[in-house]
Design a protein around this ligand. Structure first.
Ligand code: GAR
Length: 211
């Protein structure tokens, strides 16, 4: 069983998809859910599922480094083998990212390298994109720039606004993240020399998840 720690700041619908996958036979278990926000609904989802939770309020720390050290201490105490950012809305320090090299994943709501950062759905609409979606990648020091593992696409509709587009992307995220975590749990996926290896082959581009 692969020990997962999931970091959330908000609703935790991706956390829910991961919890559901664990309950449906994935060889992994969520040992701890951590949030920087005490009112994150993701914490409630974890509690309802009997999963341990921790809140680490950023206001309690006077620097990014000291917050990240506290975070790292909790994650390591839980013996995490894979750390999943699931709507965790903080920039992580170099020390933290390096400590978890190859075992830290993020899901981002765009077809990276397009639209790093925030407000991705609105920006995709303003750019007139025909396709949008979500990406899962290994986290490295470059913000939203780590090696891509897999993506799920959605077609942009004529009448989409940022909310309708976000909702359709989110549905695809709920398929995408568990799929990638499953590969990792099966020993099929790793990071080597900043390259993604899946089934013993170096990925030259991210896997596109089928509809
Ligand atoms: C998701 O769309 C995720 O991709 C995004 O936040 C949302 C969290 O939703 N993450 C980022 O923007 C990270 N930069 P959730 O709390 O319902 O899983």
């Amino acid at each position: 069983m692969l020990n997962l720690v999931v970091l959330v700041s908000g609703s935790g619908s991706n956390l829910q998809a991961l919890m559901d996958a664990c309950n449906q036979g994935m060889n992994a278990r969520i040992v701890l859910v951590i949030s920087d926000k005490g009112d994150a609904y993701g914490l409630e989802r974890a509690r309802q599922a009997g999963i341990a939770t921790e809140v680490i309020p950023a206001a309690d720390y006077d620097s990014r480094e000291s917050f990240d050290q506290a975070l790292q201490q909790r994650i390591d105490a839980a013996q995490a083998e894979l750390v999943l950012l699931a709507g965790f809305m903080r920039i992580l320090s170099a020390g933290f990212v390096n400590h978890y090299a190859g075992r830290l994943l993020n899901i981002h709501p765009s077809l990276l390298p397009k639209f790093r950062g925030l407000h991705t759905h609105q920006r995709a609409l303003e750019a007139g994109e025909m396709e949008h979606g979500a990406s899962v990648h290994f986290v490295t020091l470059e913000l939203d720039g780590g090696p891509l593992i897999a993506q799920a696409k959605v077609a942009v509709q004529k009448d989409d606004d940022a909310d309708t587009l976000a909702a359709r992307v989110l549905q695809r995220e709920h398929q995408l993240y568990p799929t990638v975590v499953r590969w990792f749990s099966e020993g099929r996926l790793c990071l080597r020399d900043e390259q993604v290896i899946l089934d013993s082959k170096t990925l030259s581009e991210p896997v596109q998840l089928a509809e």
